[in-house]
Write a protein that binds this ligand. Structure first.
Ligand code: UD1
Ligand code: MG
Length: 453
């Protein structure tokens, strides 16, 4: 098997995006279009990947992560053939070159493998469209053999009837590609160097032309506008939802789910409408996620229920917990089993051991909370003095009365009780009641002020 070189064309301007951001950096499912293509390319284990960029300058190479790709600048942009010419110095003649497009983000590995299965030929990825307008057409001779590709703008009215279109994606032996690209001319309606002109050259030379169709029509959808971007986003989200349901996940509505990363579900997971999952999220057996929750880079263990409108980011949540509604769990939080976090409670960078509860209106930041602790409504850990952050420790079985401020660094001893409304600035002893509020008084004969005339 000969080595594989991959060329990704990404120099186009993207005028119709009406954006200062290069077109290929707009995202599908939370990931730049070009990154999708670079990732699928990497799965094919090429010996080289070359990204041809132009518009947007260095923002394009800088935006890509974990990429071994080489970048070559195409300036000016004189057509798809000219774009591939810019990559030629990087390519190896004894390889097969595969040409992909940074604005055709959802091309799948199995389709590319079908293309690469053909050896020693020029292989085109084509598609039959009811409305082929705008695309280059695949012209075949009477025996059905491909004879050339004709661009819409150069086509006769007869040729425009052809419904088989060029997706743009193709593969060819690199040595031949180099030879053909050297002969390109720009004498056509657009004054461009067309990559598609290599087809007629190959035919003239007796090289076999193969055609392959994509497994799914959406794989070859190219993006030129925000409308197309949103359409492809929905198609892809429905595809992801479909895959989850086929694994047994219950989705209240597959059309109202957004996955911007990787969502890994065990059995009997239920997800209500409007949820967004970002980064890598793992949901254990029987996890339920309530409507309009946002969960990012988090692991949630079995039988935990997330009530609606909860926001969870970089957390680890144990089994049988109850979170929300309207809870916010921020990075660095670890909740063990059977923890209850209720409405308008914010947890940040804190460890909370099993069976502890903070059910209403609290801020727990930089805290270590033991087991079976009850944190009353309105409790706040004062973890920040304006310059530094300090930890609060609440030991097992403590009871924190409502509206308590715990001024860190401070430790509440095991089994301690804090009276409601206290401001705790010193460690409190185990098993005892500590409170810091002023005594209640009533003022006899006091009268409310009245409005002055
Ligand atoms: C191209 C094909 C056409 C095919 C269509 C599929 C040619 C001549 N035509 O047409 O047969 O049906 O794609 O969408 O190849 N690009 C560069 N540098 C350039 C020009 C383009 O990098 O100088 C990149 C663009 O960023 C884009 C891709 O190549 O990703 C296709 O360019 P585009 O201008 O959209 O080609 P079409 O005219 O649509
Ligand atoms: Mg195009």
């Amino acid at each position: 098997m000969s080595a594989l070189n991959i060329v990704i064309l990404a120099a186009g301007k993207g005028t119709r995006m009406h954006s200062d951001k290069p077109k290929v950096l707009h995202a599908i499912a939370g990931k730049a279009m070009l990154q999708h293509v670079v990732d699928v390319a990497a799965n094919l284990k090429p010996s080289k990947t070359v990204v041809v960029y132009g518009h947007g300058g260095e923002t394009v190479p800088k935006a890509l992560v974990d990429s071994n790709a080489l970048f070559v600048l195409q300036e000016p942009q004189l057509g798809t053939g000219h774009a591939v010419q810019q990559a030629l110095p990087q390519l190896n003649d004894d390889s097969v070159s595969l040409v992909l497009y940074g604005d055709v983000p959802l091309i799948q590995q199995d389709t590319l493998e079908k293309i690469l299965a053909h050896k020693d030929s020029l292989t085109l990825l084509t598609q039959n469209l009811a409305d082929p307008k705008g695309y280059g057409r695949i012209v075949r001779d009477q025996s059905g053999k491909v004879s050339c590709i004709i661009e819409e703008k150069d086509a006769s009215s007869e040729q425009r009837q052809i419904q088989e279109i060029n997706t743009g994606i193709l593969a060819a032996p690199t040595g031949l590609l180099r030879e053909w690209l050297g002969k390109l001319r720009n004498e056509n309606a657009q004054g461009e160097y067309y990559l598609t002109d290599i087809v007629a050259m190959a035919v003239a030379q007796g090289v076999v032309i193969q055609t392959v169709q994509p497994t799914h029509a959406w794989e070859v959808m190219g993006i030129n506008s925000k409308v197309q971007l949103a359409q492809l986003e929905r198609i892809w989200q429905l595809e992801l939802a479909d895959r989850l349901m086929k694994q047994g996940v219950t989705l209240a509505d597959p059309a109202r789910l957004d996955i911007r990363g990787e969502l890994i579900c065990e059995r009997d997971v239920e997800i209500d409408v409007g949820c967004i999952f970002e980064g890598r999220v793992q949901l254990g057996n029987g996890v339920k996620v309530g409507a309009y929750s946002v969960v990012k880079n988090t692991r949630i263990a079995s039988s935990t229920h997330i009530a609606p409108y909860s926001h969870i980011d970089q957390a680890e949540i144990g089994e049988q917990c109850h979170i929300g509604p309207f809870a916010r769990i921020r990075p660095g939080s670890k909740l063990q089993n059977d923890v209850h976090i209720g409405n308008f409670v914010e947890i940040k960078n804190s460890d909370i051991a099993s069976s502890s509860k903070a059910n209403h209106l609290s801020y727990i930041g930089d805290a270590t909370v033991g087991s079976r602790v009850n944190i009353g409504a309105g409790t706040i850990t004062c973890n920040y003095d304006g310059a530094n952050k300090f930890r609060t420790v609440i030991e097992d079985d403590a009871f924190i009365g409502s509206d308590t401020q715990l001024v860190a660094p401070v430790t509440v001893g095991r089994g301690a009780t804090i009276g409601a409304g206290s401001t705790i600035t010193k460690d409190t002893p185990s098993g005892e009641l500590t409170l810091s509020r002023a005594k209640q008084i009533s003022v006899p004969g006091w009268q409310r002020p009245t409005k002055k005339k």
